[in-house]
Design a protein around this ligand. Sequence first.
Ligand code: SF4
Length: 232
Amino acid sequence: MAKFKGYVLQHGTSPVNGCPFVVIMTMDSGNTKTGNMCQVWILTENIHPVDAVNLGADDTVCGDCPHRKQSDGSRSCYVNVGQAPAAVWKSYKRGIYGKLSDLDLAVIKNRKIRWGAFGDPAMIDSTLVTIFNKHAAGHTGYTHQWRQPWAQWCKGVFQASCDSFADYLDASAHGWKTFAVVAKGKQSFSGKLCPATADNSQAQCITCSLCDGAKTDIFVEAHGSGGKYVTN
Ligand code: SF4
C-alpha cells in the first residue's frame, strides 16, 4: 500500500449548519507541545480556513465555540488558521492526500492520535473515531460541543472544554471529564494542571495522554487578559 503524508478520513455534513466539511489525518507532526502524534484536521470543504474564520463560516467545523472570531473582531482561539490549517487545506485541494481506503490501519498501531488539531472532533463520524482509537496506541481530544445532543457520543472519548466554573460544574454534573481554562494565579476548579504548561516542563501530549476523555479533569492557565489560550 502506498504511503501518504495524510489521509482524507471523511467527507461530512456539519450537524450545526448542514455545510460540507472534510476530515484529514496528517501522519507526521513537528508540534513540540503534542509530540509526533497523528493530527486530525476538521476543515470547511470548499472555503479556505482563513476565509471561513473571517466570514463566520467556521461554525461548520467549530460549532458555537466562544473562541471563534467575535463581532468586535477579537478571536481568542489559539490556532493560527493562516498557518497549519491553511497549509493542510491547500495540500488537500492539490490532491496529495490518500483516501481512507489507502490507509492500512496497521500504520497507526503504535501511534497516538490528536483529534482536532483544528476544528471540533464532535463533527466527525463516531464510528470512525471508535475504530481508529481501537487500533491506535492512544488519543487526545477536546470538544466545546458537549451540551449538544448530537455530541453526546464524545463523552468518555474527548474532554469537555470549559471556559468558566459554571461550565465546569455543568459538564461534570453530566459525566464529562473536563479541560478548563482558569485565569492565571486563580484557583483551579478541579483536576491536574496540564504538565506541558508547567514551568520548564518537558511533558508532551504523546507521553502524557491524560486528555482522552476518560481519565481525569485537566486545567491550564490563561496567559494574560484576552490573550490566546494555551490549550491542546
Ligand atoms: S494534560 Fe492534556 S494537553 Fe496537557 S500534556 Fe497531557 S494530554 Fe496534553
